[in-house]
Design a protein around this ligand. Structure first.
Ligand code: ZN
Length: 346
């Protein structure tokens, strides 16, 4: 009887955990201060249950989207090829290829099987993994790929428990693979050790390319799971300091939802309107919406517009008489994030 009771309790606990993880995945507990959210997030990031949940999501996504959730197109500069890879239900991994040496870098290769298919199709060898952060939907493929490519370097922040990390990076560190040159930027907020990577366009006579993970999306930004609004603002300011022509390659296909929300907080923005029309058409045909550019994002992404008066008025926020400008902007960011979380919950 005690054994039966124990078995029953374990089964009940498992059901509760699955429900919590599902709610986390769907974003229904977007308000990060909620106790239930904290439990689910702790389970996801700190225990084997998170890995098990990721494996389950991987299996389901492969069944549901045998050819990927979106159709993507590679872009080629002289000597460099950037290949977006649709993985899971809305993530993007990327291959960046030095076409002269046939060496490849993979950014956040979360589905190792799909990424391997692309490596084979391109006929290239995996030399390095650039991991933006520890969440399984970005780092879950590191182990399997590292097993296959023994000399593959794995880059990321040592603050973030990146699986198989071999080369810990600090802010503004440079790294190169073949003729490809990248700079890493430390951008905490979404996680404590989040990093973004900028491919130097001069590697291939093209524009710079930003691989932003879950810091920045088309018209959106990542949730502040492990950092304050002040921290996140500093990380977003790093992005706005890049060249306007920099191409943005984000970690998720969230453009439609983000632009719908952007309309609520900046209804008069005609540039956003035009982008929304284009994105709607792309998504009707299940086409990938990246890359945009940093210059474009500054025009319609509310998370990069905390300095804009129209946004302050729409949010009904005013700067206090003695308030530091950066403190006020962090308050604006926090309010935009709060409203976006509620918008998603509807
Ligand atoms: Zn994440």
């Amino acid at each position: 009887m005690p054994a039966l009771l124990m078995l029953g309790s374990v089964a009940l606990l498992c059901c509760v955990i699955v429900l919590l993880l599902r709610r986390l995945h769907r974003g229904l507990m977007a308000r990060t201060e909620k106790p239930l959210f904290k439990i689910a997030y702790g389970l996801y990031t700190r225990t084997r249950l998170g890995y098990w949940f990721y494996k389950r999501q991987l299996k389901r996504a492969r069944e549901r989207y045998p050819h990927g959730h979106s159709s993507t197109q590679a872009i080629v500069f002289s000597g460099v090829k950037v290949v977006p890879i649709p993985v899971l239900s809305d993530n993007y991994s990327y291959l960046v290829i030095d076409t002269t040496s046939s060496l490849a870098v993979a950014v956040d290769p979360s589905d190792p099987v799909v990424v391997q298919t692309y490596l084979d199709r391109e006929g290239v060898s995996l030399e390095a993994i650039l991991c933006t952060h520890k969440h399984w939907d970005h780092s879950g493929g590191n182990k399997a790929l590292k097993k296959h490519y023994k000399s593959c370097r794995v880059y990321g922040s040592s603050c973030d428990d990146i699986p198989e990390l071999t080369h810990p990076l600090s802010d503004r560190d440079l790294l190169s693979v073949g003729r490809l040159q990248f700079q890493a930027y430390f951008t905490p907020g979404h996680t404590v050790g989040h990093m973004i990577y900028v491919l130097d366009g001069k590697s291939g006579d093209g524009p710079d390319c930003l691989f932003s993970g879950d810091l920045l999306f088309l018209a959106g930004c990542g949730r502040m799971f492990e950092g304050s609004a002040e921290t996140m603002l500093g990380s977003l300011d790093t992005v706005t300091s890049l060249n306007d022509s920099t191409l943005l390659w984000p970690g998720h296909e969230y453009a439609m939802d983000n632009l719908k929300f952007a309309e609520v907080v900046e209804p008069e923005n005609t540039i956003r309107d035009r982008k929304f029309q284009w994105v709607s058409q792309q998504r009707l045909e299940k086409k990938c919406t990246c890359p945009s550019t940093i210059g474009e994002e500054k025009e319609y992404n509310p998370f990069l517009r905390t300095h804009c008066r129209d946004l302050h008025m729409a949010l009904d926020l005013q700067r206090g008489p003695e308030e530091e400008w950066s403190h006020f902007r962090a308050r604006v960011l926090e309010e935009v994030r709060r409203r976006k979380d509620l918008f998603k919950e509807r």
